[in-house]
Design a protein around this ligand. Structure first.
Ligand code: ZN
Ligand code: ZN
Length: 245
């Protein structure tokens, strides 16, 4: 029976040149060019502790046929990487204002010169003077609550990676943690397998260089590419879901 739902490919974990550990080649225009070539339907920019390059990617992608989600990979006090996704640019920018008061400043050029803010034409606008590699001063519970208070979605990143993964850092995922899903690199890893049944699971590239964009994707069955549908798919509502191929 026809259900009016479609399949969409998504890579919801991509860093730009703003992330200190990402390559400089991860500029807004180059990222957009690569997404266009790969024909990915939905992508999210998720820099470490910052949303400053999302505007640039949004401007570079104007008129193109893919959907951009607004995300961030926050490093909590426990050094757990937690992905936050937000409905609108305003919502993530408001969340950033809140987060900035929980982040360290830096005046060390060796640090901030690795944190490049670029516009949609790949022009350098400046450098981020927060130390994006350092954890914020909030616990994972506080960070999840904060993301939710801005109507965002909270998903622990790469749970099957030891460094900065929730299981590697904390030993396990507490059932009381109010997360909306999990992300893993490999659904067949022992860690992922032990949580797949409990949580909706995303697989994304965590690209830090152009060649890695799209190397892992999630397939969604949804009506359209809206954030609202993404939320339905995470909750398995109205027939929307994540597909495993
Ligand atoms: Zn990470
Ligand atoms: Zn990442």
């Amino acid at each position: 029976m026809k259900d009016n739902l479609n399949l969409f490919t998504a890579d919801l974990h991509i860093h730009t040149c703003l992330s200190p550990c990402a390559e400089l080649e991860m500029s807004p225009k180059e990222i957009v060019k690569k997404i266009k070539k790969l024909k990915i339907d939905i992508v999210a920019i998720t820099d470490h502790n910052s949303s400053l390059n999302i505007q640039g990617v949004r401007d570079a992608s104007r008129g193109l046929d893919f959907k951009l989600f607004y995300g961030m990979e926050i490093t909590t006090r426990e050094e757990v990487h937690l992905l936050g996704y937000f409905y609108t640019l305003k919502a993530i920018n408001d969340f950033q204002k809140f987060l900035d008061s929980h982040l360290e400043n830096t005046d060390n050029p060796k640090i901030f010169e690795e944190q490049v803010i670029a516009n949609g034409k790949d022009e350098v606008l400046g450098f981020c003077k927060k130390n994006l590699y350092m954890p914020i001063d909030l616990s994972i519970e506080q960070t999840i609550d904060s993301i939710h208070s801005f109507k965002g979605i909270a998903i622990p990143a790469h749970i099957d990676r030891m460094g900065f993964g929730i299981v590697g850092q904390l030993g396990f995922i507490k059932e009381t943690l109010k997360i909306d899903g999990i992300e893993c690199y490999d659904r067949n890893s022992e860690i992922a397998k032990s949580y797949l049944k409990r949580y909706p699971t995303l697989t994304s590239s965590d690209a830090h260089k152009l060649d890695d964009i799209g190397k892992r994707i999630t397939i969604f069955k949804m009506k359209d590419r809206s954030f609202k549908e993404f939320k339905f798919a995470l909750r398995g509502e109205k027939g929307r879901r994540i597909l495993f191929l």
